[in-house]
Design a protein around this ligand. Structure first.
Ligand code: PNS
Length: 168
């Protein structure tokens, strides 16, 4: 019997956006199991801690039965080996993503030749989107409700209450 093909979609997901969700949905239609691996880098300051990022991603992806949300520290390839995953999923938006992704894919191949990076092109409507852009908009009192799922929108408003003050 053919064994299940496991893929990991790693990232910061600070927070998860509709662009990320689109990539997971497409990956889940191809691979048997997809694990969303939220990076915990102790050197980095996140807007949302790992529990919050995990909770938002789990809620936003609960409609996908073959998707699991998890988090990891250290090297991605070590995490992949531990879970016996052979495929790294990364989303590509514009050409500007390419250089960083190319470098990361070749580094991961050097570290673990048996692991493949698989790129999925984002939907055109999300090509300009990033978690940092969305965080900045909410920090500055703005809001965009069509770029993040409702559970993320709610948490962004709680974290940056300037918006609710402006609307009242
Ligand atoms: O969403 P991001 O922040 O662009 O994701 C970057 C991520 C998490 C995929 C990358 O930083 C990563 O894999 N970090 C884990 C450490 C590692 O394995 N580094 C070597 C590969 S370049």
């Amino acid at each position: 019997m053919k064994s299940a093909v496991r893929a990991v979609y790693p990232g910061s997901f600070d927070p998860i956006t509709n662009g990320h969700i689109y990539i997971v949905e497409r990956a889940a239609a191809i691979f048997d199991e997809v694990r969303v691996g939220i990076l915990v880098n102790l050197q980095k300051k996140y807007t949302f801690d790992v529990e919050e990022r995990h909770a938002m991603a789990s809620e936003a992806l609960s409609h996908l039965p073959n998707v699991v949300v998890d988090h990891f520290t250290g090297l991605l390839v070590d995490y992949m080996r531990q879970w016996e995953a052979k495929v790294i999923i990364r989303g590509l938006r514009a050409m500007s993503d390419f250089e960083y992704e190319f470098q990361m894919a070749l580094t991961n191949r050097q570290l673990a030749p048996g692991i493949e990076t698989f790129f999925i092109i984002t939907d055109a409507q999300y090509s300009y989107l990033s978690s940092s852009l969305i965080r900045d908009i909410f920090k500055l009192g703005g809001a965009m409700d069509n770029v993040v799922p409702p559970c993320v929108f709610r948490r962004l408003r709680e974290r940056f209450p300037a918006l609710s003050r402006r609307e009242e």
